[in-house]
Structures are given as structure tokens and as C-alpha cells.
Design a binder for this molecule. Structure first.
Ligand code: NAP
Length: 257
């Protein structure tokens, strides 16, 4: 039997790239997916990963045809992955009173939500036939409660959590596990310009190592780091009035443009 395969979206930067290197370190072949194909190719070459061990697929996860085609190409060229990580996503502030931001919200849902389902789509049948595999959805602690100025992203990540839970139930008994990972704060281009404190900030490498183990263990849902898991649990039970007061006046996520 050949080396197992990990299909990872958002592999040109941050968490996705660190996860890819972690899987390679564990002996996996890689299917790397993002829009910036040359970034992934450069990264794999710079790390000295043998050409036979990876392929890069240039695809836009926000375009269903594009990501489904990449998944099918992967199946044809590299076989059925052991692990599929739907990690590609973006975060940006929105203001519902601004007309232009309605398009931003639509794009957030297209990439973070429809894109996740479209990433998993082509793999479900062959993985179920084989009777093993992991489908991993990257959510966020931001999906646990809605933060002012960040409604599109928070709603999209809350949807990731519910969507993955639904899928987990659907695939129960097939041998295919659905794993939801909710990162706290990770130091990547996505968080670099945040204007608020980021407790328990992790390096992408540290995050990737912890996520690798949670995925291998087949956890159904894991907040990383565990300290943020505790914060998330507290936030969930905090009465609305207290939660609103806690966040009042906090700097907001920057909007686009
Ligand atoms: N960093 C954090 O603190 C944090 C916390 C919670 C959750 N997360 C989640 O973790 C995931 C990765 O975030 P990150 O921090 O690693 O961000 P990042 O460094 O900005 O990387 C985002 C990755 O997603 C890819 N991507 C974005 N839009 C895409 C599209 N339409 N089609 C294909 N690929 C696309 C980007 O590649 P291209 O630009 O090349 O397409 C890039 O590789 C996201 O889902 C994010 O919401 C991050």
C-alpha cells in the first residue's frame, strides 16, 4: 500500500500550509489546493518535498465547478485521500447598512460554507466505499457567538459547526469520520491586522501539530488551544446582556476596501 494522501484547501498560506507540512512530516502525500498555485509549488520546492509526493491544484473554493473539478482531478491523479481538510476561508468585517457589504457577505458564505461542502462532495462516495477517511472542517471560535462588526464571518463559522455536525450524523457507521476543528487565534495573514487583543495566539506550526493529533484521534469537535475551548464554553453560557457589555466598544474587524 502507498503512502496515505491528504487533500488540503487553503494550502498556499497560514494554517493550511502548516498542516500540509505536518502531514508530509508524518509520511503523507499531499494534494494542495488554493487559487495561488505558484505559491504552493514554491513552498513545496523550498521545503524539498520530492515531486512525486505532492501535486498543486489551482482552484477557487468559492466557485463550485472549480473546486469539484480539482477534487475529481485529485481522485484521478492521486487516488482517494485518507484526510480531506476544508480549510480555505477568509475573514473580513462587514456593515449591514452598507450595500456593498451584502456582496461581501455572499462571498463569505460562498467560500467558507458552500465551498466546504463542495470540497467534501466528490470524496464522500469513494471514501464510504473504502470504509475509512476523515473529512475535516475548519471552523473558528468566532462561530460560537456573534461579534459586532463581524457578522458575516461569525455566521459562516457557526454554520460550519452545524454543517459538520449534520454530516457527521449522516456518515455514522460508514467508517468516514467528520472532524470539526475550531481554532482560537493563529498568527497568519488573516489575523495580522486585527485591532484587538488575541489571547493564546499560536504559531501556525503549533496549531497544525495539535490539529494533526486531534484529526488522527478522530475527535468529533475540538477547540485549539484548549484554553480557548474553555473561553468558548464560558462565552456560550454567558447571558446576552453580559456578553453585549463585554464586547461593547471593542475594536472591530476591518472592512474591505
Ligand atoms: N488565523 C486564525 O486565527 C484563524 C482562527 C480561526 C479560524 N481560522 C480559519 O482557518 C482557515 C485558514 O485561515 P488562515 O489563518 O490560515 O488564513 P490565510 O493565511 O489568509 O490563508 C487562507 C488560505 O485560504 C485560501 N483561500 C482563500 N479564499 C480562497 C478561495 N476562494 N479559493 C481557494 N482558496 C482560498 C488562501 O489561498 P489563495 O489566496 O491562494 O486562494 C489561503 O491559502 C480559514 O478558514 C479561517 O477562517 C483562522
Amino acid at each position: 500500500m502507498g503512502a496515505p494522501l491528504a487533500f488540503i484547501t487553503g494550502a498556499s498560506s497560514g494554517i493550511g500550509q502548516a498542516l500540509a507540512w505536518r502531514y508530509h512530516q508524518a509520511g503523507y502525500r499531499l494534494a494542495l489546493v488554493a487559487r495561488r498555485r505558484e505559491e504552493m509549488e514554491r513552498g513545496a520546492r523550498e521545503r524539498g518535498i520530492p515531486q512525486a509526493d505532492w501535486r498543486a491544484y489551482g482552484a477557487d473554493v468559492g466557485d463550485v465547478e472549480s473546486i469539484v473539478a480539482a477534487a475529481r482531478e485529485c481522485l484521478a491523479q492521486q487516488g482517494v485521500p485518507e484526510v480531506v481538510v476544508a480549510n480555505a476561508g477568509f475573514s473580513i468585517g462587514v456593515d449591514t447598512a452598507e450595500r456593498a457589504d451584502l456582496d461581501v457577505i455572499a462571498r463569505i458564505y460562498a467560500v467558507n460554507n458552500v465551498g466546504m461542502a463542495a470540497t467534501f462532495h466528490a470524496f464522500i462516495e469513494p471514501m464510504c466505499q473504502r470504509g475509512s477517511g476523515r473529512l475535516v472542517g475548519i471552523a473558528s471560535v468566532g462561530g460560537i457567538r456573534g461579534m459586532p462588526g463581524h457578522g458575516g464571518y461569525c455566521a459562516s463559522k457557526a454554520a460550519v459547526i452545524s454543517y459538520c455536525e449534520s454530516l457527521r450524523g449522516e456518515l455514522r457507521g460508514t467508517g468516514v469520520r467528520v472532524v470539526t476543528i475550531a481554532p482560537g487565534y493563529v498568527d497568519t495573514p488573516l489575523t495580522r491586522h486585527n485591532r484587538y487583543p488575541m489571547p493564546f495566539l499560536m504559531t501556525p506550526e503549533d496549531f497544525a501539530d495539535r490539529a494533526f493529533h486531534a484529526i488522527a484521534a478522530g475527535s468529533s469537535y475540538r477547540v485549539i488551544p484548549w484554553q480557548m475551548g474553555l473561553v468558548a464554553k464560558l462565552l456560550r453560557v454567558l447571558p446576552d446582556a453580559w456578553f453585549d457589555r463585554l464586547l461593547a466598544g471593542r475594536p472591530r474587524k476591518h472592512r474591505g476596501g
